[in-house]
Design a protein around this ligand. Sequence first.
Ligand code: PLP
Length: 333
Amino acid sequence: MIVNSILETIGRTPLLHLPLRDGEVDLYLKLEIFNPTGSMKDRMALSMVNSLPLTPNEATADIVESSSGNTASALAMISAVRRLVFTALMDSHASLDKILTVRAFGGDVRVVGKSDGALATDERDEEAKRIATEEGAHWTEQHNNPANATGYEGLAAELLDDLGPTITHFVSAIGTGGSLCGTAHQLRPHIPGLQVIGVEPVGSVIFGGQGGCYRQSGTGTPEGANVGLVIDYDVIDLGRKVSDDKAFSMCHYMARHHGLLVGGSTGGAIYEALSVAREAPVGSRIVTLACDSGTKYLDTIFNQEWLLLHKINLLDVEAQFADLFAARIGSPN
Ligand SMILES: Cc1ncc(COP(=O)(O)O)c(C=O)c1O
């Protein structure tokens, strides 16, 4: 495939088929890790930039966003191509890799909040608002921007192209809600009986419950932060919570048994998708997004010292889900 811009490589990601329960149930992972910056956020970032009121003759414009990393990386990449000046507001705990990625694309990173590792979602948003007001930048405001959710129209169309209306469950991580709700909105008219299941970390409060610390990156909303307008509870049938232990254990399992490096939010979503698969009727087809690549977490999720430091216990998910994957044993694939 010859392309004339890196932006043309956003989307059209492959679907990895994993037969479960001896073929009774199918799990499909939409490999969003194949987008140019390694996450699904390239889709929504392009949609948000395209929706900006930029005048045709504007040579450059300033845009600002508060992001834990993936949205910032995507906006920085698009800004490089579109000659935009991009500023990312990140937490003090943002991974060095993500900060360096934004800088590599020519973006500016400003670290906001205390250095104690706590999420500083509100402070980031306040600073974004200030930069937009005082410096005249366009704040893409991902939590409240309809172009976030509509950025996944292409993803839904790809799923319908590949699987038609046979999808029974859509299980995915939820942060701003753009990917889960945006995709579900597009799928629902074609699949009225679709079960939409959002997965957040234990300690995140999108589906209520007790707030607390969690280390799955990009997903969830911490206690005290506003749940944005992009989350449409009406399109979600069920909210599930997954612990860091389970999510990260699944990341290790996927890497070692399926050769697939995914981030923590994807590990959590796959964990929940497998739990759904165990109970699902014969013939169910479950779709889960592989939100971002595990290469972004080699120094955290895949680093034994980091796991020890943060008291993460890796669980034997292989044994736990052995019955689902049983038919794989001895399979040439
Ligand atoms: C790795 C990762 N997983 C999940 C999410 C949540 O996606 P959404 O904001 O579309 O709900 C994000 C968002 O930043 C993310 O970066």
